[in-house]
Design a protein around this ligand. Sequence first.
Ligand SMILES: *Cc1c(COP(=O)(O)O)cnc(C)c1O
Length: 447
Amino acid sequence: MIFYKSTNRLISSLEDEVNFETALFRGIAPDDGLYMPTKIPKFRFEEIKEMKNSNYSDIAFKVLNVFLKNQISEQHLKFIVRDSYDFEIPFEKLNHNTSIVRLDRGPTLSFKDFAGRFMARVMKVLKKNDEKITILVATSGDTGGAIGSSFKGLDNIEVVILYPKDEVTDFQKKQMNDLGCNIKTFEINGKFDDCQLMVKKAFNDYDLINLNLTSANSINIGRILPQIVYYFYSFLNCSYDYLPLIFSVPSGNFGNSLGCEIARRMGLPVKKIILAVNENDEFPRFLKKGYYNKISPSKACLSNAMNVGNPSNLARYFDLYGGCIDKNGLVNKMPDLEEMRKNIFSASVTDKETIKTMQDLFSQKKIIVEPHGAVGLKALEKYRTNSNDDCNAIVLETAAPQKFSNSVESILNINLNMNKIENSKANCLVQNDYNDFKIKLIDLQNK
Ligand SMILES: *Cc1c(COP(=O)(O)O)cnc(C)c1O
């Protein structure tokens, strides 16, 4: 059985190893660290080859079962993955050595559906029936919709979403605000960073103890595990003769790419992981120079789901490479940089480059990508120029162009023929002030 430990254990006295269920419902460890598996299970190459021609949910079962054995019965897990993954996952060939995998076909049109749908079903199976929990989510746009839609209608689970007023699209707002039932939305008159800060404060607030708060952001290990699966699936569908692949991952809090790092450690042949970031370039600078400075406040770029100046999952990367960094971005122990550089490349892509990439792809191939996917494509190009590595690569498209219709339509000068989006209203409008949030949260619970 696999246990989970905190990434902060080097600097705190907490030595506890907990099971998956505890890590899932706690979200964050009591010492403020993030949970990591104490060991990463490995497949033999033959076992990976045997998954060829399996459908997505069968691969998901095999990959996730090695982490969840003795926690979730095989029967439950089989049902959960079949029920979660009932949408298509198309590949699109761009040229002889590059493909796109579109992870944007779930119900809320971003890759966050992969983790959200799995997490909701797992929580439903593992939660004690009469226990009430409240899931707090800060969102830069896509997590809120994916988690809300996944948890809608579940008994005894309340979801509270905090989104920044001016940083999410009307489409995203409507997706969240229209859910209703057990899904409540708070529109914060602030930035995404402010939303995240409020959520963190709430976790440490004794007055809210009765709410049984937990997190569905990618600090929760339950969000990370399902994101390992599509790397296996993509490899099995795109690799020629099982040769290693490059993956380029549009990255914000680094939860998505961490799935790739874990897949590689499980034995998947990955040549290089590209962490593609926008102008929030704290990580590529760290990888190059060897010292870490978070960016605060984060820069607002077109790829707004990646406007993160201090990625929370960096703590897990540091841990995997033998280092330790706290949630404020303070390095307590340096990771093995040489080893990191061997496996990971990271590049920052400007808004100008993002726009040009979208336009070139559209005019040359009539293929439409939205800004996040474009950052992934451009970072791959930078890697190839830098390294002369022309090995096959897969770029992840993390959201559907419709979700960012305003920027896509104006950048490409096209019409996506979407219905007009009416204004939608959050349950609560909140000032950029923790106490205002807290009072309204408690009010809402008492209604
Ligand atoms: C959340 C999100 C990202 C960033 O993913 P991380 O796991 O936080 O690195 C990238 N693109 C889109 C469209 C997203 O919604």
